[in-house]
Design a protein around this ligand. Structure first.
Ligand SMILES: [Zn+2]
Length: 513
């Protein structure tokens, strides 16, 4: 059996998904969960892209010790220097440096001859090896590169000190057969190839990212890159959870294994979906709501007689549980605390105290407080701790023959309070017009989504919004028992994040790989 390393780029390529912007606490929460999920390498960001990226890569590198943390760099000294500053505190500092190798990229992006590209790649790997014990080198657009050239540059970067060679299908163009053949070509034509791990990085433009990654494994790849739920540039990356479950379920075929703790799959997927605001389609493999539902009579009949007639993955394998009641209004602080620990949260005493109050409020309104409710509650609390504005009070007047009117009081973190009122054609619009007035800004609402946690008449309401103002897009989430309150909280959360982005966005993120 071959060990396949899992390289997770949810926080770098995944975070480049259009409309996704994670704040620092959210990235840290995801990194902690990825560590628990058992990925081998976390790509925490692109340190040279912005001050915010640098800070979060550095904090994640300093905090996460159960797996390797890496950051992306272009093949330029300043990017490598910045990456070193961000990563030097990690358990095993690892650089991910890339340069494009396809004729179209070399000619149009760099205006350089192939031999000049080889020189730059070699020089930068040598330069990086002065600091970094582990260097991953990527040939951007490898799948559209000429194979003899790809073999040549690969041999040279290995000589220069690269430990991992990654061959991305940057534009999601290749097919499983072609992509596999590229790996076997390098295996046969690069004399020093046995010294490195060979890695995949596949995009899903033609819906083949996972199939391509697995075809590479059949041909000698020992590392797969991807993102949770398959998020990423354009159509996204190979979905890590699909790769891991496929390698497990078909180990008879692939003769491989990973370090992934499959029972953490659902939790990891839910966390990334909630924090990025990218919903999981009901029919998505492994983690979709319908992935374990059997609808047709013939299937149900077979399934009841023997599960394996129609079920190749059990829900328990990936941590999908039936809805269960966990706590209610008579549950005490001790049970609450123990349960949060069982759910995998590590919290300070003061955080537990304030969460316990929120839990009691909720348990007064809602008979059964489920794991999902607690998960959402804790997440809301832990990732939104340093907001500029907090919702103090909200009042909405609505009647079928009245003009909806909202009155809102906000408290700023310096103690100042702001109160405004405004109307709208509906209650939510009235709330959003009022909030715009509170911060004296005309914001545009780009997206609004409402969902209930677990369903049922007393379910918690979760709202996701995306807003735009002064050229900055930000998303926000709100959780409350009432849909209007959660709508207000989501919009205010987006406002707080927009202000934070404006404050430290030095330059726009570059589109890479
Ligand atoms: Zn990519």
């Amino acid at each position: 059996m071959n060990k396949i390393k899992i390289f997770d780029t949810t926080l770098r390529d995944g975070e480049q998904s259009p409309g996704v912007n994670l704040n620092f606490q959210e990235k840290m929460e995801i990194a902690r969960q990825l560590e628990k999920y058992g990925v081998d390498i976390i790509e925490a960001g692109f340190p040279a892209a912005s001050k915010g990226d640098f800070q979060s890569v550095r904090e994640i590198a300093n905090t996460i010790k159960g797996c390797s943390v890496t950051g992306l760099a272009r093949a330029v000294k300043s990017d490598i220097d910045t990456a070193w500053e961000a990563l030097k505190g990690s358990e095993e500092p690892r650089l991910h440096v890339f340069i494009a190798t396809s004729p179209i990229h070399m000619a149009y992006k760099f205006n350089k001859k192939p031999e000049e590209i080889v020189e730059i790649a070699v020089e930068m790997v040598k330069y990086a090896s002065k600091f970094f014990p582990v260097i991953q080198w990527s040939a951007e657009d490898a799948s559209r590169s000429e194979l003899p050239f790809l073999a040549h540059i690969t041999e040279e970067v290995i000589k220069a000190g690269a430990n991992v060679v990654n061959l991305p299908d940057t534009v999601g163009y290749t097919t499983p057969k072609e992509y596999g053949a590229m790996f076997s070509y390098l295996k046969e034509n690069v004399p020093n190839i046995h010294k490195v791990d060979l890695s995949t990085h596949c995009h899903d433009d033609l819906g083949m990212a996972v199939a391509n990654s697995l075809a590479a494994v059949e041909n000698g790849a020992t590392q797969i890159e991807g993102a949770i739920n398959g998020i990423g540039e354009r159509a996204g990356n190979a979905a890590i959870e699909e790769v891991a479950v496929a390698l497990h379920t078909r180990k008879d075929f692939y003769q491989s294994y990973t370090n992934i703790t499959l029972s953490e799959t659902k939790r990891t997927s839910d966390l990334v979906s909630k924090l990025t605001g990218m919903a999981i389609p009901a029919n998505k493999a492994v983690v979709g709501r319908n992935a374990f539902a059997h609808e047709s009579g013939i299937h149900q009949d077979g399934f009841l007689k023997n599960r394996s007639t129609y079920e190749i993955i059990s829900p328990e394998l990936v941590g999908v549980q039936q809805k269960e009641v966990v706590l209610g209004k008579h549950s005490g602080r001790h049970a609450f605390r123990t349960h949060l620990m069982d759910l995998g949260f590590t919290l300070q005493d003061n955080q537990i105290d304030s969460l316990f109050e929120k839990f009691k409020d909720l348990a007064d309104k809602k008979k059964d407080v489920t794991d999902d409710d607690l998960f959402s509650l804790v997440l809301q609390k832990t990732v939104n701790s340093d907001e500029l504005y907090k919702l103090d009070s909200l009042q909405v007047q609505y009647g079928s023959h009245n003009i909806p009117t909202a009155t809102i009081t906000l408290t700023k973190n310096d103690g100042e309070s702001v109160q405004e009122a405004a109307t709208g054609s509906g209650s939510v619009e009235a709330i959003y017009n009022t909030l715009n007035r509170c911060i004296d800004s005309e914001l545009k609402l780009l997206d609004y989504r409402l969902q209930s946690i677990n369903g049922g008449p007393d379910a918690l309401a979760e709202v996701f919004v995306k807003i735009e103002g002064n050229g900055v897009e930000a998303s926000g989430r709100g959780l409350a028992y009432d849909v209007l309150e959660s709508s207000a909280k989501a919009y205010l959360n987006a406002i707080n994040r927009m202000i934070a982005i404006q404050e430290y966005r030095k330059e726009t993120k570059q589109e890479v790989m």
